[in-house]
Design a binder for this molecule. Structure first.
Ligand SMILES: NC(=O)c1ccc[n+]([C@@H]2O[C@H](COP(=O)([O-])OP(=O)(O)OC[C@H]3O[C@@H](n4cnc5c(N)ncnc54)[C@H](O)[C@@H]3O)[C@@H](O)[C@H]2O)c1
Length: 522
């Protein structure tokens, strides 16, 4: 047995449960040089985990990612044990057993008399209350959450969960341990979904809401979120429906429903009826061969459709741009694309009328209270300017028509905005297009996490970037767009829909009013 590095906060770690997570956790600690004892109720599971880990170490050596010496040390650090009693002498035990409250409570109650009083007991639960797991323990102060992501060695963030009665020293020791493994610890209060699964609610839920409202089809919504969203050129790697298909609906839908219920039906998390229906139909995603898309046995999509071609138009009407804070931006793009811009207080009789709303739909944006004068709805097309629209700076442009917009004006706008080869998606009329409502909800929920002091702004953003792979954390996203713009989108969404889901929280509003960064710690 090799001895651990002297500066590590724990000298011997027990891992209970040797499934997908337990073996990853054991690997991480063993590679960090801490002796690990791995236990599973099913002895065959431990044996196969140890064999798989030896295999992993060998592969890492082959790829040059681990030195032969380090692999040898990791192998030596790893020990399988056949009983819980063999975990006596561990000063930390991390459990990664089945996700059931009673099973986890019973395990910790059984462990308490085995380990010393100074030992810390941590749970890898994703969805249960750490406080509830600790409640039956003799020393609840030493129980905390240590929430890893799958696959553990590659997902470099770990949520350290401070339950109601967790001792601060336990939190600090776990933070130091995570740091010693090279992962990023983020400290979170024990609230449903902690940081990552809480902050991650907006993306799929809002996309499903847009789908349910008939704004666009699955593929169009995915394309928008993959291509239009751009923070310095970086967007979402997967569209929301691609992501739902990857995680599988039998995993995601229960998480969406449980977070919603645990926050006492908070409208921001209200799941879509579409998700429940699709789950009931067995349309789970990749693993069942069909979800939002269809897949072959190897998991490759079989129903990929080519981008719809831009319409060819013979007449290009002059363009009149409704006044407003975004008009200059639209005018510049139209001119660069070779469009003829008509100036004047009102549009000419045959002009294509462009509006650039934030949080409004094209119909509302063409009425006098938003546009100054009533605009001719049959010639109105809205363009989303939340992300760059100039040639060379965008990968997709998104338009929206009113229910009255005539097809020749829709096609003229589509052809104009596709004339540099950038694909265009045309939506049915809807407040906040797709990107505006999704991004505003990501910022809104991130801000609520900060408001409730579940975690610090820096930890919220770090957790979301590493845990969800977003181009920016929700609060940096808000800063990039401008908190005032986010508030405008949310305010208009709420005004038009009457849905309290879109209400602006006080934390976000105050920062918008004061011109303060959302990453400002107070
Ligand atoms: N899989 C993920 O993506 C993921 C991510 C984060 C957290 N988690 C959480 O991690 C935990 C484990 O998840 P997993 O995916 O590794 O599960 P898994 O089914 O792959 O492995 C669980 C292992 O625990 C063993 N086990 C069950 N009950 C036990 C008991 N009472 N005592 C000892 N061993 C027992 C099983 O034999 C099995 O080997 C769950 O709480 C889960 O919610 C999972």
């Amino acid at each position: 047995m090799n001895s651990p590095a002297p500066n590590l906060p724990f000298q011997r770690i027990g891992v209970v449960g040797s499934g997908a997570m337990g073996r990853g956790i054991a690997q991480l600690f063993a590679q960090a040089g801490v002796p690990v004892r791995l236990y599973d109720a099913n002895p065959a599971a431990v044996a196969s985990a140890i064999a798989a880990l030896h295999d992993t170490f060998a592969k890492l050596v082959d790829k040059g990612r681990l030195s032969p010496d380090a692999a040898q040390r990791a192998r030596a650090a790893l020990e399988s044990v056949a009983s819980l009693e063999a975990l006596a002498g561990c000063d930390l035990v991390v459990e990664a057993i089945v996700e059931q409250l009673d099973a986890k409570r019973e395990l910790f109650q059984a462990l308490e008399p085995i380990v010393g009083d100074a030992a810390v007991l941590a749970t890898n639960t994703s969805s249960l209350s750490v406080t509830a797991i600790a409640a039956r323990c003799r020393v609840p102060a030493r129980i905390a959450g240590l929430h890893f992501f799958n696959p553990v060695p590659l997902m470099k963030v770990v949520e350290v969960v401070r339950a109601m009665r967790t001792d601060e020293t336990a939190v600090e020791r776990l933070v130091a341990l995570v740091r010693a493994t090279g992962h990023r610890p983020v400290v979170t209060r024990d609230t449903p979904g902690f940081i990552v699964n809480h902050a991650g609610r907006a993306y799929g839920t809002e996309a499903l809401a847009a789908l349910g409202e008939g704004v666009a089809d699955v593929e169009a919504i995915d394309r928008i979120l993959r291509d239009q969203v751009s923070f310095d050129g970086n967007g979402f790697r997967l569209g929301p429906f691609e992501l739902l298909d990857l995680t599988a609906l039998d995993v995601s839908q229960p998480v969406m429903e449980s977070i919603y219920r645990q926050f006492y039906d908070e409208p921001r998390f209200r799941p879509s009826v579409l998700g429940a229906q699709r789950l009931a139909a067995g349309l789970l995603g990749r693993k069942s061969g069909e979800g939002f898309y269809r897949y072959d046995a190897a998991g490759a999509r079989v129903d990929a459709r080519a981008e719809p071609a831009a319409p060819s138009v013979s007449v290009r009407p002059p363009v009149w741009i409704a006044p407003g804070p975004r008009a200059t931006l639209v005018e510049s793009a139209v001119r660069q694309l070779g469009g003829v811009v008509r100036n004047g207080a009102a549009p000419g009789e045959h002009d294509l009328v462009l509006v650039a709303p934030l949080g409004l739909d094209a119909s509302a944006a063409s009425r006098a209270d938003a546009a100054g004068i009533d605009l001719p709805a049959e010639r109105v097309v809205a363009i989303d300017t939340l992300f760059p629209i100039e040639p060379g700076r965008c990968r997709r442009r998104v338009l929206m028509t009113t229910p009255l917009t005539r097809s020749e004006y829709r096609d003229a706008a589509h052809a104009l905005f596709a004339s540099d080869g950038v694909p265009v998606t045309v939506l049915r009329d809807s407040p906040g297009f797709v990107a505006q409502r999704v991004i505003a909800m990501i910022v809104s929920i991130g801000s609520e996490i900060a408001q409730q002091r579940i975690a610090s702004p820096a930890d919220i953003d770090a957790a979301v970037r590493a845990g969800l792979g977003y181009p920016l954390g929700p609060l940096a996203m808000g800063d990039a767009i401008g908190a005032a713009t986010v508030c405008e989108i949310l305010g208009n969404l709420q005004a038009l829909t009457g849905d309290p889901r879109y209400r602006t929280g006080g934390w976000l509003r105050r920062r918008a009013q004061l011109g303060l960064s959302l990453l400002h710690e107070d």
